[in-house]
Ligand binder design. Structure first.
Ligand code: DC
Length: 453
């Protein structure tokens, strides 16, 4: 199937001249369906048919063979082997074509030929019913109009150049009569397709009309292309990783535990102030409740502590599974501190489930989206896990930036910055589609990066 452009409109609106020019410019085949109706009318006139005798006209269709041939870019109408291209352009044939084209059998007779041409080529086809009946799925539909007077004036000039004796009044009357016939016939009357673009050429000269039609075609084709690529994108159904299941914020960690944890935190903060030259910024961004995710860059083994010291509710955090495989006492210790194992790089769904359970139980969760420590302090690429957990749980992510130069040692200057909480639903991650998760993950990584300085 080629590209199909349907150009409809009343007689004399300039369809054929414009379509020819556009076809030449776009290297499309121009199909003038009016010429086909004219060829049928031509046969009826030359064979002396009574135009009131519809069945005689229908019977004679069996004797007709019509072909469109192209020579040097020009369309030639071949009627029973004879080139009638010029013969069909007289006022007599115009009026006869207007009459015969109202007969449904005549239309059916030409319909197949028109559709076959559209299937096989990139075409611009002009007529009266192209956008509505012949090519209802055309890529572009244009309805070309002009006032009856403007059309009569143009046709009158054309006929004069050919030496035709018709007067302007006769031409105008003719046009009005044909408009009436074409719009009032029962079968496939001339009418604008709902999705056609109307172009009125009353005030436009030929070149302006051609330019306008080319512009409409270019716009429509590019719009269609964009829609097609959007549809393709849309059709690639985003992978839904896990269903959204917002955590309930009513689960609270035992207040006694929070109190004890508070004392422990402040003692540790004091110790850390002695050991490091440390400061925490943006503490006001840390929610007072639990069930939040702290997403931080990863610089040292101290990071979970650095993050936890200003979170009022204890933190759980993922730790690489290797840490749980060695010394039993060490395993017990890190478990008590809130760590649980994750196998890195394997999309560990058990770790994701555990994370969500921890959040659901009212604890906070620390995640290092980079997955590994950064030696030079630069923030690396993040993994999507953080976004997935936040989107499933529909909970806040507090971005954290940990900054220090070189190696972490005694009296090292360390800054821990908490950023403004990110609420997944506010940036479109109210679902777990891969696209939404990517947006959320990118936002988290951008915020972490902006906090590291
Ligand atoms: O576009 P034209 O003037 O060459 O058309 C000649 C006649 O054929 C016109 O009166 C209407 C008719 N026609 C039609 O009914 N359907 C078409 N698709 C094209 C032309």
């Amino acid at each position: 199937m080629g590209i199909n452009i349907a150009l409809d409109g009343p007689s004399g609106a300039g369809k054929s001249t414009i379509a020819k020019a556009v076809a030449a410019k776009m290297k499309y085949v121009y199909v003038d369906t009016g010429a086909m109706y004219r060829a049928v009318a031509c046969y009826m006139v030359t064979s002396g048919t009574d135009f009131e005798d519809t069945s005689a006209i229908i019977n004679k269709l069996n004797d007709i063979s019509i072909k469109l041939e192209y020579m040097d870019g020009a369309q030639h109408v071949i009627l029973n082997g004879e080139d009638v291209s010029d013969k069909i352009r007289t006022p007599e044939i115009s009026m006869a074509a207007s009459k015969t084209s109202a007969i449904p059998e005549v239309r059916t007779f030409l319909f197949d030929l028109q559709q076959t041409m559209a299937k096989e080529n990139d075409i611009i086809m002009d007529g009266r019913d192209i956008g509505t009946v012949v090519l209802p799925n055309a890529d572009v539909k244009i309805f070309l109009t002009a006032s009856a007077e403007a059309r009569a004036q143009r046709r009158f000039k054309e006929l004069q150049e050919k030496g035709d004796p018709s007067t302007y009044e006769e031409v105008l009357r003719d046009i009005e009569q044909r408009d009436y016939n074409d719009t009032h016939r029962e079968t496939a009357p001339l009418k604008k397709a709902d999705d056609a673009v109307e172009v009125d050429t009353t005030a436009l000269d030929l070149q302006q009309s051609i330019d306008e039609i080319c512009r409409v075609i270019a716009d429509k084709l590019s719009e269609k292309k964009n829609n097609a690529s959007l549809t393709v994108k849309k059709e690639r159904t985003p992978r839904v990783l896990m269903e959204v299941h917002p955590i309930s914020k009513t689960n609270k960690v035992n207040p006694l535990r929070v109190f004890g944890y508070g004392i422990l935190r402040w003692v540790t903060i004091g110790i850390y102030h002695i050991y490091y030259d440390i400061k925490w910024e943006g503490v006001e961004n840390v929610p007072k409740d639990g069930g939040n995710i702290f997403a931080s860059n990863h610089r040292s083994y101290q990071d979970p502590v650095f993050i936890a010291l200003h979170a009022r509710v204890p933190l759980s955090y993922m730790a690489k599974e290797e840490l749980f495989q060695g010394n039993k006492a060490f395993k017990w210790l890190i478990s008590k501190l809130g760590a649980f194992p994750v196998s890195r790089g394997k999309g560990d769904t058990a770790a994701i489930d555990t994370s969500i359970e921890k959040l659901e139980s009212g604890r906070n969760l620390a995640i290092f989206p980079e997955g590994t420590r950064s030696k030079d302090g630069k923030v690396g690429k993040g993994k999507t896990g953080v976004a997935l957990i936040a989107a499933v749980a529909q909970t806040k992510i507090i971005p954290v930036g940990i900054t220090f130069e070189g190696k972490l040692k005694f009296r090292k200057k360390v800054t821990v910055r908490y950023g403004k909480p990110i609420i997944p639903s506010e940036i479109g991650a109210d679902n777990t589609d891969s696209g939404s998760l990517k947006v959320l993950k990118n936002r988290v990584m951008e915020d972490i990066t902006s906090l590291v300085h």
